[in-house]
Design a protein around this ligand. Structure first.
Ligand code: FDP
Length: 298
């Protein structure tokens, strides 16, 4: 029988401490990131590694999180959507950050968020290396959702960085009621379009789509339903990034009792590939994801 190297109890304990510290840094940075948004609703000068032009707010949040997370003793690597390369910060866990997901929502002043993925492996890591994930939502209030130790928790973050759990053991509601599907409709593939028409025809389902993936996923986590940024005719891999969006969102929704998929398999089983590679993303209640996979398989 092959023997896998198990972490020692000291390593496990120190990983737990580091994860707590990482979540603390992200929560405490949230009010500062939020306060820094008003003057940074303009485009930065350089494109990011995915060829998109970030807002100045993306860069601001990235620099703050890189410095503070990188300063933690137990963090060995930092990567973000805004950087081509992984930053070596010592030895320990690896963190991947989407500093401001949905930053095109800055101009119309809609919800956006910060996404965090923590891996116990060098980057790019596999879904099975994930040890915690979280996101902050800058909505009407600032909230943070964490998935760690098989539990999803929602916190409210105050202006001074203090945060308090407001919902423990968060699970997806059993009766789904919302859906949100990204990408240009003419670029959807036919089986997906047919699936969407079926979902829309259910009188208990309502459209909730804001254009910030993490805000739209939070609607699903709150009310039950399905979010997708699907395969597109010209971009079979969709738009969202595996390391920064696909894995953490899959991890959070699955920990909350839902399902995630790339159309065929759990997002957590998607090949890790390059740091900035992409995947179609489908997350939500189990029954809706099962029906979706069956529809795409036809
Ligand atoms: P944004 O470009 O505004 O940062 O991956 C980023 C993302 O937003 C997601 O949050 C969102 O779901 C998607 O892109 C929206 O992209 P399109 O408007 O290009 O469909």
């Amino acid at each position: 029988m092959a023997t896998e190297e198990k972490p020692t109890s000291t390593e496990t304990a120190s990983n737990e401490t580091t994860i707590t510290q990482i979540l603390d840094v992200v929560a405490r940075a949230a009010p500062e990131i939020r306060a820094g948004l008003p003057g940074r609703r303009i485009y930065a000068e350089q494109n990011n590694p995915s060829g998109e032009t970030p807002m100045e707010a993306d860069i601001y949040a990235d620099e703050m999180l890189c410095e503070r997370l990188g300063d933690l003793d137990g963090v060995g690597e930092y990567a973000s959507e805004e950087r081509q390369e992984v930053i070596d910060t010592g030895s320990g866990l690896s963190v991947c950050v989407d500093p401001l997901d949905g930053s095109s929502n800055l101009k119309p002043n809609n919800t956006l968020g910060t996404i965090l993925a923590v891996y116990d492996a060098p980057l790019p890591a596999a879904g099975s290396d994930m040890v915690a994930a979280a996101y902050v939502l800058y909505g009407a209030t600032t909230t943070m959702i964490t998935a760690y130790d098989d539990t999803v928790t929602e916190y409210v973050v105050q202006d001074d960085g203090e945060y308090e759990a407001v919902r423990e053991d968060v699970t997806l509601p059993e009766d789904p009621s919302v859906y949100g599907f990204g990408g240009r409709v003419p670029e959807w593939i036919d089986p997906f379009t047919e699936y969407v028409r079926e979902v829309e025809s259910d009188p208990s389902m309502k459209l909730r789509y804001g254009g910030s993936m993490i805000g739209d996923v939070n609607q699903v986590l709150t009310y039950g339903g399905i979010f997708a940024y699907p395969t597109l005719t010209d971009h079979p891999e969709g738009k969202l990034r595996v390391q920064f969006e696909g894995y953490p969102v899959g991890y959070i929704l699955e920990t909350a009792g839902g399902r995630s998929s790339d159309g065929e398999q759990s997002l957590m089983d998607v090949e890790k590939d390059g740091l900035h590679s992409r995947t179609p993303v489908y997350v939500g209640n189990e029954e809706l994801i099962e029906r979706l996979e069956a529809a795409l398989d036809d």
